[in-house]
Ligand binder design. Structure first.
Ligand code: ARG
Ligand code: ZN
Length: 852
């Protein structure tokens, strides 16, 4: 049964106050919930309370015992006063809660994850975001095992009890939906700091990490302070409580959670030191810490009316964290990262059975819609508003949004309305981005009249039908272009506001035909179709001003030849590609960060999105062939470039990270070069490395080659890190991502490793996820063994943790673009899943849509 946006009804009852008491116990935690309930309708109405996996202890209405009616997914109360006190007792089993949703145990600590619909696993409650409540929470637990008892808001009081137990009482002064509730009880190392807001509020910052890990917490705390200062300066938004707590846990389904005043984090987005974390880890920590902090306004102070509106907070908050990351480091590199996410993952989602608009209209399992579409395409939609309205106009819209809606649960329409009213513009056509799924294709045509010098650009947009939606309409999008005049090497920049299916724009006069580079900064989440000569692309690579355009032109030149090679089975590499790399290598010093990205071949996942049906083997072969050829033809340049780099003692700075990345790219080519002494050179670098980024660069280079050194270094690495689960995830992923003939037996060995656990999402993702997402040769093996392996694993893990299973199935959802035989193989696995008697709603929704 699916929920529909069109069926939304406001809640019949609000709950103004909730007193929650937890007597924590591994298997029988007693939860007492006392609510102040107010009917919102003039007539008598039933009160529906969600509840799942609960043992009901008792219900009291206005002090009198009450027998509720048991219903699908909850209970129903009838014949109620207009306003009353409701008391409910439930008993739950956190130690056996492997779904990591609701109250569960992570490595000895009690913790919660309630978004989207996990609160109903704690008590019977109207578990929907438009019911906003002030919480008081009392926690009782054994003092020695759980010295820290935490919940949202401010600590009111605490004390000791008989039998070695103690208690704490918390109050959150801000009304909030149940999904923002959090509780933590455990023993941790605590790092403290403070931040003074610009209006003078002193905020205590607390970071709780596993014992012994305090020395890995400083970067997260520093990132938090940067985020707090940035939001004040950029948006005028301040923190609103006296304490901000972050707890890092090892068992976590997603990245992190913005619970009011008490964020919970996957430990991989908190812990970092140079020896164990890479530059990418440092980047991700800074960005996720900021993301959750920014939610305090975009998510908590103003929240969602219903879950169809998820992008209201996620798209906006991702956009804000991207702006922040750009301001903290290199805007161009942040942008390229994001474009890769869109092209590799979001375009694939939109092309498959799960295609949905950023505001979905029909949902069976909400957890399935924490998607790249809602998050990342959602952020692209906000970015387009920012481009269309300009920095100042966007800020005015944000100010009006907070002025109107602080303390409310609202919709995406409310957000766009605030943007529209603050800027006095018509955004009615723009709103279609919220209801229309699919990736628009923008076809570019140009004409040049030598007599008049007039240059015209015609843009045609077309969105193909998607699995969920047949009819498509034109969208309003900003198309940023650069017009390159070869005659005097000048560049004109324009941002075209495109609203119609076909539009023409005139420029000039020009003496000679100029070159157009389309979609500067990836100004809209579309595919561009444009026929350009190699020479035109080369001109963009050298002379465009926007780094994205330069990178994109290089990628497009490379991709085009890779597709040609894949189609013809040809193994000879065109000279133009060798020349391209040669010329880039000669220029790396101009911008090491950008050239490191430009020297990297387009990923298989990106290439796969460019042509249908996907020529799996052809593309992989062509890519390998080109890599080898570049490695062998330009060996001296790769070597010289790598040798020129010296970074000094590790520091996470943009300059150093760029240098390390560039060297990593060079080493990957060198490992394929056959140059004498390569193996011992790489070995030397491994031994010399004092940081995880350089160590991993060597391991990755070896992983992508046939060098026997790989296994030797991996053994050494394992011996060194075998007790560190976060570092071992890198080791697991290197093995699971390596091409080899005995791939599947290797996976079995990894899953039998002492550090592996099917219950820990990070471990599962590092082995099974890496294989399915990033080992295309193994996963797409033509005998179907990769698909069977994944399906076997889904059947095992689905009953344990459906959210994890449902993410892992993603690579099989792209089956529609594969060749017929692979399609059949995957369909067969889908049928096996459907045959399983207890398939979760999460997997059922995806499999059923795939077979439709
Ligand atoms: N709101 C969290 C974020 O910052 C994501 C939590 C989603 N969790 C889930 N189980 N669906 O993005
Ligand atoms: Zn978020």
């Amino acid at each position: 049964t699916a929920m529909k946006l069109a069926d939304y009804q406001p809640p019949a009852y609000q709950i103004s106050e909730l007193y929650l008491e937890f007597e924590l116990d591994d298997h029988r935690t007693r939860v007492t919930a006392i609510s102040q309930v107010q009917r919102q309708t003039s007539q008598d109405a039933p009160l529906y309370l969600n509840g799942e996996a609960l043992e009901l202890g008792g219900v009291w209405v206005a002090g009198q015992p009450y027998q509720p009616e048991m219903a699908e997914g909850g209970i129903i109360l009838q014949d109620l006063p207009a306003s009353f006190e409701l008391k409910i007792e439930t008993i739950i089993d956190p130690a056996n809660n492997s779904s990591l949703e609701g109250l569960y145990k992570s490595a000895g600590a009690f913790c919660t994850q309630c978004e989207a619909e996990g609160f109903r696993k704690i008590t019977y409650f109207p578990d929907r975001p438009d019911v906003m409540t002030r919480y008081r929470v009392r926690i009782v637990a054994d003092k020695q095992a759980y010295p820290y008892l935490l919940s949202n808001g401010n600590l009111l009081d605490q004390g000791d009890l008989d039998g070695g137990r103690h208690w704490a009482l918390w109050e959150d002064p801000f009304a909030k939906p149940s999904y923002l509730f959090a509780l933590v009880a455990g023993d941790f190392d605590l790092l403290s700091d403070s931040f003074t807001t610009r209006s003078g509020r002193d905020v205590t910052l607390q970071l709780y990490v596993d014992k012994g890990n305090a020395y890995r917490g400083q970067h997260a705390l520093d990132s938090l302070k940067k985020a707090m200062a940035w939001d004040e300066q950029k948006y005028g938004l301040e923190y609103d409580l006296d304490v901000y707590m972050i707890v890092a846990v090892d068992f976590f389904n997603m990245g992190a959670m913005e619970n009011k005043g008490l964020n919970l984090f996957n430990s991989k987005y908190v812990l970092a030191d140079p020896a164990s974390a890479t530059d990418d880890d440092y980047f991700n920590i800074e960005s996720v810490i900021a993301h959750e902090y920014f939610h305090n306004w975009t998510g908590n102070r103003v929240t969602c009316r219903d879950w169809f509106q998820l992008s209201l907070k996620e798209g906006l908050t991702v956009f804000r964290d991207q702006q922040f990351s750009a301001d903290m480091g290199s805007p161009a590199i942040v942008r390229l990262k994001q474009v890769r996410v869109m092209r590799e993952h979001q375009f694939a989602e939109d092309a498959g059975p799960m295609s949905h608009p950023i505001r979905p209209e029909e949902v069976m399992e909400m957890n399935n819609f924490y998607s790249v579409t809602v998050y990342d395409k959602g952020a692209e939609v906000i970015r387009m508003l920012h481009t269309l309205l300009g920095e100042a106009g966007f800020r005015q819209g944000m100010d009006l949004y907070f002025k109107r809606h602080d303390g409310q649960a609202v919709t995406c329409d409310d957000f766009v309305q605030a943007m529209q009213d603050a800027n006095d513009v018509d955004l009615s056509a723009f709103r279609r981005w919220y209801s229309q799924s699919g990736t628009p294709q923008l076809t570019v045509g140009t004409t040049f009249e030598p007599q008049t010098g007039r240059f015209s650009l015609s843009l045609t947009q077309l969105t193909a039908a998607t699995a969920d939606q047949h009819e498509k309409h034109p969208l309003h999008m900003p198309v940023a272009v650069e017009i390159l005049d070869g005659a005097n090497n000048s560049v004109q920049k324009h941002t075209l506001s495109v609203t119609q299916e076909k539009q023409q724009f005139d420029f000039g006069p020009f003496d000679n035909e100029p070159v157009t580079a389309i979609l500067a900064g990836f100004s809209a989440p579309v595919r561009v179709k444009q026929i350009q000569s190699d020479a035109q692309k080369q001109q963009i690579i050298l002379h465009a001003q926007d780094p994205f355009l330069r990178w994109d032109a290089a990628q497009s030149l490379i991709s085009q030849y890779l597709h040609e090679m894949a189609g013809s089975g040809q193994t000879s590499v065109p000279d133009v590609l060798i020349e391209l790399f040669d010329s880039m290598l000669r220029r790396v010093d101009q911008d090491p960060a950008l050239f490191a990205e430009m020297l990297e071949l387009p990923s298989f996942e990106t290439l796969a999105q460019q042509n249908s049906p996907i020529r799996v083997d052809g593309l992989l072969d062509a890519r390998d062939c080109l890599k080898r050829k570049l490695a062998r033809t330009l060996t001296d340049q790769w070597q010289a470039t790598a040798d020129r780099i010296s970074t000094g003692a590790y520091q996470y700075t943009q300059q150093q990270a760029a240098q390390r990345r560039l060297r990593g790219v060079c080493l990957a080519y060198l490992a394929l070069s056959n140059a004498p002494g390569v193996e011992s050179h790489l070995h030397q670098l491994y031994l010399q490395s004092d940081n995880m980024t350089d160590t991993l660069a060597v391991l990755k280079a070896c992983q992508g080659s046939e060098l026997a050194l790989f296994d030797r270094l991996m053994e050494d690495f394992e011996a060194k890190w075998r007790h560190d689960s976060l570092v071992m995830d890198k080791w697991f992923a290197l093995h699971a991502g390596k091409e080899r003939n005995d791939c599947l037996s290797k996976l079995q060995i990894l899953m039998a490793h002492a550090m592996y656990s099917i219950n820990n999402p990070n471990r599962v993702r590092s082995v099974v996820g890496t294989f399915a997402f990033y080992n295309p040769r193994g996963f797409h093996a033509i005998d179907g063994s990769g698909y069977k392996f994944l399906t076997d694993y889904l059947l095992q893990t689905d009953p344990i943790n459906p959210q994890v299973a449902s993410r892992l199935i993603t690579p099989m959802l792209a089956f529609g673009q594969l060749d017929e035989s692979r399609q059949d193989l995957i369909r067969h696995q889908f049928l096996r899943l459907l045959d399983s008697p207890q398939l979760s709603r999460d997997l059922y929704e995806k499999v059923r849509k795939s077979l439709r």
